[in-house]
Design a protein. Structure first.
Length: 249
């Protein structure tokens, strides 16, 4: 497919008198990690919610591939190839790693032929779960209770749950939050692998990680985009340095 896998044009979202997003535009391209950075309250998570279909924009347009998805719900966008993770870990700790992933697959791709039997024995969702767990390196842990995994592995499981629907676009909201150095390295290696066939939006506060992994960066302040470019251009942008990165960067 030529062109962006996901694009936003002039997206605005208000919450009462607060303008959370003001005419925001961006493109997510296959094979690239597009990082969105900014201070707390910049509008990053609102942007992810709008892209995912969880928040309706007041104005602007969104396209997933060749389709206008501005009015589509979150489940419909997910079925069309969009996956996301959240700031806070969202797993079922008492269920197995595999069952967490299988439930994610089943929720988006329910099939009539699975209904007469036991849901946990649905071959299609089970195979999708195994495929996703293999992608993130957790297949060996598939039988463990998800709550027994390390924090880093739980974050990888969340990404596997998003991958279980075989998305073309991944929206990742602070996947490195709370990770130590080794866990961060493992996650960055995973993201480098996942970008090959997908478009990835990365919202992240770890600037060292962002500048290592991102192909392009959008900087937001108070709901507006103040800069966009490759990491080298963003490092040298005086407006960005003054507003966010600081003189030490």
């Amino acid at each position: 497919m030529n062109g962006p896998l996901l694009s936003a044009r002039d997206v605005t979202r208000r919450f009462g008198g607060l303008i959370a997003l003001s005419s925001v535009s961006l493109d997510l391209n296959r094979g690239a990690i597009h990082a969105v950075i900014g201070t707390n309250g910049a509008g990053k998570s609102t942007l992810v919610g709008v892209l995912a279909g969880e928040i309706r924009p007041d104005s602007g347009h969104l396209r997933l591939g060749s389709q206008d998805v501005t009015a589509w719900s979150q489940p419909r966008r997910a079925r069309a190839g969009l996956g996301r993770s959240y700031q806070r870990t969202s797993i079922f700790p008492d269920l197995s790693v595999h069952e967490n992933c299988r439930l994610a697959a089943q929720s988006q791709h329910q099939r009539l032929r699975c209904w007469p039997g036991i849901a946990s024995q649905c071959r299609q969702s089970s195979e999708a779960a195994d495929e996703a767990l293999a992608l993130v390196g957790l297949h060996a842990e598939r039988k463990l209770a998800a709550g027994t995994l390390s924090h880093g592995h739980q974050r990888q499981l969340e990404i596997a749950m998003a991958l279980a629907n075989r998305p073309q676009v991944l929206l990742l909201d602070e996947p490195l939050a709370g990770m130590g150095p080794e866990e961060t390295e493992n996650m960055l290696a995973l993201l480098g692998t996942l970008r090959e066939e997908r478009a990835i939006l990365l919202v992240e506060h770890d600037m060292d990680a962002v500048f290592r992994i991102a192909d392009e960066i959008t900087v937001m302040v108070n709901g507006s985009v103040i800069a966009h470019g490759d990491p080298a251009a963003i490092r040298e942008n005086e407006q960005v340095r003054d507003a966010y990165l600081g003189e030490a960067t």
